[in-house]
Design a protein around this ligand. Structure first.
Ligand code: HEM
Length: 370
């Protein structure tokens, strides 16, 4: 995605009055350009293969973190017929910033995807890695990156996420000391920040697990359901109503794909820029059932180009959720503050970080200047 278009889109949305989600000029300038020029080329086929192991670069084992996340990684590499040598590498903040920068650079370069960015699908990968967490059993969560393996990679909810895993694979090859689980979450952090969202503090310390740690199907939300289901799923992870609504604001980004979830279309006119438009549209627009040969979803009355899932609409019809939708629709700053806090919590669910590290999380510098 051209950064000028992205910056412009952000500026256009920032300057539009909060009550008017459908300013024609805003819509045309902010959305039509990247979408019309880039969307057509975009769809990638996907399979559910687990990535090849990085055997050529040796085996990495994180064995605890003394400084923040700076675990020791034993790097053992066979050098021809001679005995294998073992190296110790202790990554620092600067090393992780390099990984962040590499992801950001790839986001900028690989703009011929969807609406012009892999950002939304990267965020979705990080969320689906984390959102399997079950607080009762302590299983699931981003520690493990078990979505590399079937059956988890084949779970219906994860359809299409191979695009995000493949996007990150060359980064793993370039920085083999980082675990997949830390990398996927760093990808989510980078995606939010590079799509002009708030700063998300981060700490490493996740280790990769094998396929025996794959979570059972059914832990992620089913979009065709309502408020009770949302509470069942998110309370299981340890979230409350306010946090459920704040998390759902991520649907300002990206789109549904009929060949993945069955649903189709974007939620907002700026699917690669994080804003509070999702909430504004929920409150200010009229939503009707879409007449089509697909799963039940809503379309906006004004343009019939946007969509809402049944679970999204449950945020408006449920009183306890609704008060937060109203707040976030009126106040983007509040949404950003709460979104950063709840994303941080989501990304850390079930991760056995070294004690004391919550006092010293890292923040990475976004590459844009807005
Ligand atoms: C509240 C329950 C949720 C439900 C039922 C839900 C459901 C869905 C569905 C059906 C899609 C379309 C997938 C596709 O066809 O490609 C989607 C996309 C997406 N979701 Fe959610 N989601 C939920 C919560 C979240 C949360 C908590 C986040 C992140 C914090 C999130 C981030 C995204 C993003 C960024 C996309 C766009 C992906 C893309 O453009 O490829 N969602 N979600």
């Amino acid at each position: 995605m051209a950064s000028t278009a992205r910056t412009f889109a952000r500026a256009a949305f920032k300057s539009s009055p909060s009550t008017s989600a459908f300013k024609t000029s805003t819509r045309n300038t902010a959305f039509a350009l990247p979408r019309q020029t880039l969307r057509q080329q975009a769809r990638r086929a996907y399979s559910s293969e687990a990535p090849k192991s990085s055997s050529s670069t040796g085996i990495y084992l994180g064995v605890g973190a003394l400084a923040l996340g700076a675990g020791y990684y034993f790097y053992s590499q066979s050098s021809g017929s001679s005995a294998s040598e073992t190296k110790v590498f202790t990554p620092t903040f600067e090393d992780y910033q390099k990984v962040y920068n590499e992801i950001a650079e790839r986001l900028e370069e690989k703009h011929d995807y969807d609406d012009g960015s892999y950002g939304p699908v990267l965020l979705r990968l990080a969320w689906h890695a984390s959102g399997t967490y079950d607080k009762e059993t302590g299983t699931g969560g981003s520690n493990g990156a078990t979505m590399r393996f079937a059956p988890e990679s084949d779970h219906g909810a994860n359809a299409g996420l191979v695009a995000a895993r493949d996007f990150l694979e060359p980064v793993k090859q370039k920085f083999p000391w980082i675990t997949y689980s830390d990398l996927w979450i760093l990808g989510g952090v980078c995606a939010v920040q590079e799509m002009h969202g708030p700063i998300i503090p981060y700490r490493p310390g996740r280790t990769d697990k094998d396929m025996s740690a794959c979570t059972p199907d059914g832990r992620l939300p089913d979009a065709s359901q309502g408020n009770k289901h949302l509470r069942d799923i998110f309370y299981r992870m340890g979230f409350n109503d306010q946090e459920i609504v704040a998390l759902s604001g991520a649907h300002a980004l990206g789109r549904c794909h009929s060949n993945r979830s069955g649903f189709e279309g974007p939620w907002t006119f700026s699917p690669t820029i994080l804003t509070n438009e999702f909430f504004k549209l929920l409150v200010n627009e009229k939503w009707n059932w879409k007449k089509w040969n697909g799963p039940k979803q809503y379309e906006d009355k004004t343009t019939k180009t946007l969509m809402m899932l049944p679970t999204d609409m449950a945020l408006v019809t449920d009183k306890s959720f609704r008060q937060w939708v109203d707040k976030y629709a009126k106040d983007e700053e509040l949404f950003f503050k709460d979104f950063a806090a709840v994303i941080l919590k989501l990304f850390e669910l079930g991760v056995p970080f070294a004690e004391g590290t919550e006092q010293s999380r890292w923040t990475f510098k976004p590459t844009h200047h807005s």
